[in-house]
Design a protein around this ligand. Sequence first.
Ligand SMILES: Cc1cc2nc3c(=O)[nH]c(=O)nc-3n(C[C@H](O)[C@H](O)[C@H](O)COP(=O)(O)O)c2cc1C
Length: 189
Amino acid sequence: MPNVLVGYSSDYGNTKRVAEAVAEGANNVHGTIVHLKPVDELSTDDLGWADGIILGTPVHMGSPEWRIKRFIDKVCGPVWMKDGLVGKVAAVFGTNSGYGNEGSGGELALLALLANFAELGCILVPLPKSTPGYRHAGIHWGPLARSLGEQMEQLGVTAEKLDAARHHGGNVARLTAALYGKQIFAKAR
Ligand SMILES: Cc1cc2nc3c(=O)[nH]c(=O)nc-3n(C[C@H](O)[C@H](O)[C@H](O)COP(=O)(O)O)c2cc1C
């Protein structure tokens, strides 16, 4: 059975909420086992267990948040030395405030994470524009859910944005199942 790991960091709960929707979407794909964990609880064992990894970050100063970066450097880095993530499926998501309504650095933050996973040899999953909710949380690198309004008021993450996240989780789980479900079946025989 394919194993999908959803990791996230979150100070105020917005990215956690999106992570839960991503995990729910993955969990809806038949046979998938999903682990949802804060990034600072993730270890090399979690990476070994996972066939697919989905990592979510709040945008901080135009970049992934520092705990996410620490995970990439301290936990994924040593695994890179052994090519331990090569061929695994990877995808990303984020939340931001989008001050000024544009140019929040969200795209840069998601791209930075995708670049990390490319360096690790993973198969990357984007977000097609036909995805339900894309218009609200869409960026082709992965769902990016703005948690503040135009006056910087706290809106939280809306249902449409969570919908995009749910579909993203489902897409990753389906690809992971296609690649790893059969392989594990073949090994079992
Ligand atoms: C230190 C800090 C830096 C931030 N920098 C940015 C930023 O550069 N661009 C942006 O759009 N939002 C920025 N934000 C806003 C957060 O990305 C946004 O509120 C996010 O939804 C918070 O996620 P959380 O509730 O999971 O912690 C920043 C927030 C903090 C606390």
